[in-house]
Design a protein around this ligand. Structure first.
Ligand code: AVI
Length: 318
């Protein structure tokens, strides 16, 4: 009998189904936030970044605009700049404009097609810089390419407060892997969202136009449409609040009634009011993040914030 390997898209669906079933079987129920980002979810996230309430993106951009030359000066000549979760590499351009003699730029992202398109545009705009896109999930081991001109060290750029979506122990493991990747002479430039008043934080994740709610509930649309699941998507609601003790926004999907979700052969019972956890977004003080980074072998070297101390970009060295 002819046996064919599962196609990329069917093995992706098998993993998605497995992760969803495992998460819903857990107590309390949970769904991994990495599944937010299909085409619609990514478009909704782009909309979130433009919202008045969501101060993170524009504040980080303003910090980059104001201090990119100082940041660039911290990174020695001959660096290979590696960006984790590069997306459209928008904030990177201002950094690239201020780096002294970089050897290569390596955007790392999970979305292969988007990455190739972004790399093409960067090659046109930076003809003297080698652009080497790497399609990878940066939370898993991946190899770095060897640039044509040898690099003296590796500098990792990790903007966007994405580190906040990892629980502290996972964040520490990820930072440790960056330390090992960078080696002596290397460093990390990272964006973190700062602890602030509860109202500002909760507004950022409960916008009036309901974009964040749509982004969160898109997970259920994906499960219904891609896994052919039996789910009454209308019978769920977005919930986001700040947990002060854990310094994090917690995001959930609440079931509005007692109901059953069916995925393949498996059924899950939900009570009215039951929460499914979908995401954490940790908020840090510069001191708190420095301690976490120190445990992973990185030492705070410089930090830049906006006038209202909403967001910070830190340079940490090995
Ligand atoms: C990607 N990440 C930094 C966002 C955040 O603020 O934690 C994801 C997000 N979730 C809801 N709104 C934005």
């Amino acid at each position: 009998m002819l046996k064919t390997a599962p196609s990329k898209s069917s093995s992706r669906l098998i993993t998605f189904q497995h992760d969803v079933i495992t998460g819903l079987a857990d107590s309390p129920k949970r769904l991994p936030c990495k599944y937010f980002y299909d085409k619609r979810g990514s478009a909704l996230f782009d909309e979130i970044c433009e919202l008045d309430e969501y101060y993170l993106t524009r504040t980080e951009q303003a910090i980059m605009d104001r201090y990119a030359s100082e940041m660039g000066a911290q990174i020695d000549a001959g660096a290979m700049l590696v960006e984790y979760g590069s997306g459209s590499s928008i904030k990177t351009r201002i950094l690239l404009d201020h780096l002294i003699d970089p050897v290569a730029y390596v955007p790392v992202d999970i979305s292969h097609r988007h990455l190739q398109r972004v790399a093409e545009r960067l090659r046109a705009d930076y003809p003297h810089l080698e652009i080497i896109p790497v399609t990878a999930d940066f939370t898993r081991p991946f190899s770095l390419p060897t640039p044509r001109k040898p690099a003296t060290h590796c500098a990792v750029y990790f903007p966007g407060s994405t580190i906040g979506n990892f629980e502290p122990a996972q964040a520490e493991r990820l930072l440790r892997s960056i330390t090992e990747r960078c080696g002596d002479g290397g460093g990390l430039l990272i964006g973190i969202d700062l602890v602030k008043d509860v109202e500002t934080l909760e507004r950022a994740y409960n916008d009036d136009s309901g974009v964040t709610a749509a982004f969160n509930l898109n997970l259920l649309h994906r499960i219904r449409d891609e896994l052919d699941a039996d789910i009454d998507v209308e019978a769920f609601q977005h919930v986001a609040f700040y947990n002060d003790a854990a310094s994090r926004i917690e995001i959930y999907i609440r079931s509005l009634k007692r109901q059953t979700i069916r995925i393949a052969e498996t059924s899950f019972q939900l009570d009215a009011g039951e929460l499914i956890h979908t995401e954490y977004s940790h908020k840090y003080t510069i001191e708190g993040f420095s301690k976490l980074a120190a445990r992973a072998g990185l030492e705070l070297h410089r930090s830049w914030t906006d006038d209202d101390q909403l967001f910070a970009v830190l340079h940490l060295v090995v």
